[in-house]
Design a protein around this ligand. Structure first.
Ligand code: PEP
Ligand code: MN
Length: 337
């Protein structure tokens, strides 16, 4: 349930309520809006204790949260969450584009790609150091060496980095080098990993599982947020359907649906969703048109030699052309890149 406090809510009021919530065995989650302060009382059957809070003077009114996901829901927080990384605001007016290779291969190549995508308008760099591959014989990533390259390129190029942590032990390591910790599609329901990601101080980009419903996706985000990390970006990256013309089916309907159900920023990853270079520009435009807050795009100057996902990687010049087209689409929907 949500407790809406009587304005002006003082620190003393907030502390007293949070103390009570903890005494009852629930978790308090505070959200200070422009005009109102609300506190979520999160835990099983919390609503059954509503009388305790009704009796408190500082509580204006109580609203039950009807959805199974609580802190993630729009019912908990009306305004969009905006995540700040340096000067970049994720979930605000501007659309944020992260671009880079599927896997970090060499430092030189990473620098080359970062320079090119930055000129084209990307503000963040992506690249995997720990790679979730279908085949155990495929390139598995450079590991910590890859993270070091990412951190160096990030520092020199002044571009924040998104990179994946595949297991619980990798979360703090990845968080040391990266600005955003990615949880991959195949790990969307790795609950221990989600909880560990919830304990890091870095924002988390959570990708939708290959066959996860939107509700399951939002419940996965709830796992992260339940641990106190409210900086979660949701990423639609394609789901499994009967269709085989593309690698997955990019479910763009998820964007407006999630925007309605949740206050969290939504990204789209057309590279993994389509798996085919040729279709990436069309679906990137569509993603922006339907309300995405950001895109993740794979770019490689020699896709035929890429150690992973060459067929879906755009050439830098294709990325550049696409970015120009995206700017026009962003303007048409009242946003900017
Ligand atoms: C990736 O972004 O590198 C990746 C492996 O994506 P996904 O988890 O969506 O397949
Ligand atoms: Mn990839």
């Amino acid at each position: 349930m949500i407790l809406t406090l009587k304005p002006p809510a003082t620190k003393k009021d907030v502390d007293a309520i949070c103390k009570k919530i903890k005494e009852l065995g629930f978790a308090p989650h505070l959200s200070k809006g422009k005009d109102v302060t609300v506190i979520g009382v999160i835990g099983q059957n919390a609503i059954l204790r509503r009388d305790v809070f009704e009796a408190m003077d500082s509580v204006a009114f109580i609203t039950p949260i009807s959805k199974p996901y609580k802190i993630v829901s729009r019912e908990f927080k009306k305004e969009n969450t905006v995540i700040k990384i340096g000067d970049i605001k994720i979930g605000g007016h501007n659309i944020v584009v992260a671009a880079g290779p599927c896997s970090v291969e060499t430092k030189e190549l990473l620098f080359e790609i970062a320079k090119k995508v930055k000129i084209s308008g990307a503000s963040m760099i992506r690249g995997g150091a720990f790679k979730p591959r279908t085949s155990p014989y495929a390139f598995q990533g450079l590991g910590e060496r890859g993270l070091k390259y990412l951190a160096e390129v990030s520092r020199v190029m002044e571009m924040p980095v998104i990179t994946e942590a595949m297991n619980v032990n990798q979360v703090s390591l990845v968080a040391r080098y990266a600005d955003i910790v990615q949880i991959g599609a195949r790990n969307m329901q790795n609950f221990d990993l989600l909880k560990e990601a919830g304990r890091t101080k870095k924002p988390v980009l959570l990708k939708r599982g290959l066959s996860a419903t939107i509700e399951e996706f939002l419940m996965a985000a709830e796992y992260v947020m339940s641990q106190g990390n409210y900086n979660v970006i949701l990423c639609e990256r394609g789901i499994r359907t009967f269709e085989t013309s593309t690698r997955f089916t990019l479910d763009l309907s998820a964007v407006p649906v999630i925007k309605k159900l949740s206050h969290l920023p939504v990204f789209v990853d057309p590279s993994h969703g389509l798996g085919v270079r040729e279709y990436i520009p069309a679906m990137s435009k569509a993603a922006i048109a339907c309300g995405a807050d950001g895109l993740i795009i794979e770019v490689h100057p020699h896709p035929e030699k890429a150690l992973s996902d060459g067929p879906q990687s755009l050439l830098p010049e294709q990325f550049d052309k696409m970015m120009n087209e995206l700017k026009a689409v962003a303007r048409a929907v009242g946003r900017e890149i």
